[in-house]
Design a protein around this ligand. Structure first.
Ligand code: HEM
Length: 387
């Protein structure tokens, strides 16, 4: 890990990658006790193997991100698990920023931000952690100097960290460059991925609840999911502290890794409403083959489930709670897309292509205002997006 952070994945010397490849050949199998090691080696060697993509860039297979195919725990337990990982990711980022303030020996020395910018970054990082801290009963007394608060947050969250958690944090930071701000970029993307994963589990549960005509339960879960998505807003302010020059420097090595390949985001989108045939056959879904396969296999969406029960007038009497949930969730997604688009415009303008083989921000503009559910406005009698 030290060598990778010293050189940046793009420039790790071949002597290292050759040794790692030889080591990988001796790791018996991808499943079983060595699963984590072989997964790590595949991630570390993605550039050498010419298999580099968004998932390997962010080391997503090493992060315990909720998945609807696997995670059937109760909603409160899943949320607690998500909150803990959310805090781990943010406190690791904070620890890196503080380490770089305190010493000249921190990794990723290129384009260090000035201390004023770091203070702002730490303030947004602590704000991003606040709701999860509250739910897990940590009391941060969130007033005062951002650096002091950030130090307190690290101290609080590192007390009972397990060795597995430390290993996960250590092995999931493989930047392509030695640019300081890439650390921020990677941790923020991972944090969003974690929340999308949980939302995908929530939406799967909502679809089942609708199909079983438990409409108030579906509505309540949707409203809670909307609240969680809205809570991620400070992560955008945090990411907006990334220096554009830094972004453009490491971005020269991230071609082929784009969030268009985010499985969790596409699960969320398609669990709300099945994509059109045109979108299914475009880069949007061709970039997430397993989600596309689920759709071709007939994955049920909240919209489909609503279509099925609409004929039942008795059930429709319980629509208001569900209509509220649909409206809140659609509004939260629209807000997310608008903020994403604004930041992308700020960093890329309108004419720089994306790293996912799209024209860049024009692709995002096209998707930005697409409806989240086709039912939300019909169900509530109001336009979605107005909370
Ligand atoms: C500097 C910040 C960012 C910029 C400049 C940016 C830019 C872009 C661009 C240009 C695309 C179009 C696809 C392509 O890459 O060719 C895209 C797609 C996407 N981005 Fe970002 N992005 C940023 C941050 C984020 C973050 C923090 C997330 C959170 C996970 C995110 C999630 C997504 C998703 C899910 C898509 C696919 C959307 C779709 O297919 O409809 N982006 N982004």
């Amino acid at each position: 890990m030290d060598a990778y952070q010293h050189h940046g994945k793009q420039c790790v010397p071949e002597t290292w990658t050759t040794l790692l490849q030889a080591a990988r050949e001796r790791v018996p199998q991808v499943s079983g006790p060595h699963r984590q090691l072989s997964t790590f080696l595949n991630i570390a060697l993605d550039k050498a193997d010419d298999r580099y993509d968004y998932r390997s860039y962010l080391a997503l297979p090493l992060l315990p991100i909720p998945d609807p195919e696997r995670d059937t725990e109760r909603a409160d337990r899943l949320l607690a698990r998500r909150d803990r990982l959310h805090l781990l990711l943010l406190s690791d980022l904070i620890a890196f920023e503080i380490h770089a303030l305190d010493t000249t020996k921190a990794p990723l020395p290129q384009l260090r931000p000035d201390p004023l910018l770091v203070r702002k970054r730490l303030r947004h990082a602590t704000r991003s952690a606040a709701p999860a801290l509250r739910r897990l009963s940590f009391d941060l007394h969130a007033v005062g100097d951002p650096v002091t608060l950030a130090r307190r947050l690290i101290a609080m969250t590192s007390i009972d960290r397990s060795s597995d958690e430390r290993l996960t944090m250590r092995t999931t930071m493989l930047p392509v460059s030695t640019v300081h701000d890439e650390y921020l970029f990677i941790r923020v993307l991972q944090t969003f991925e974690l929340t999308f994963g949980l939302l995908a589990v929530d939406l799967t549960a909502v679809t089942t609840a609708v199909a079983e005509a438990r409409l108030p339960a579906a509505g309540t879960r949707l409203t809670l999911a909307a609240t969680l998505l809205r809570e991620t807003a400070p992560l955008w302010s945090l990411l907006a502290t990334m220096q554009p020059r830094a972004f453009h420097t490491f971005r020269t090595h991230t071609d082929g890794a784009s969030a268009i390949q985010s499985r969790a985001y596409k699960l969320v989108e398609s669990l709300c409403r099945a994509p059109s045939h045109q979108r299914l056959d475009s880069a949007a879904y061709l970039s997430v083959p397993d989600v596309r396969a689920r759709l071709i296999d007939g994955q049920l969406s909240v919209d489909n489930a609503l279509d099925i029960i609409r004929a039942d007038h008795h059930v429709l009497a319980e629509m208001p709670v569900l209509a509220d949930g649909l409206r809140h969730f659609a509004a939260a997604v629209h807000q997310w897309r608008r903020t994403h688009y604004s930041l992308a415009i700020r960093m890329l303008g309108t004419d720089q292509p994306g790293t996912g083989d799209t024209p860049g921000t024009p692709y995002l503009l096209h998707g930005r205002d697409q409806p989240v559910f086709s039912h939300s406005s019909k169900a509530s009698g109001r336009e979605e997006g107005t909370m």
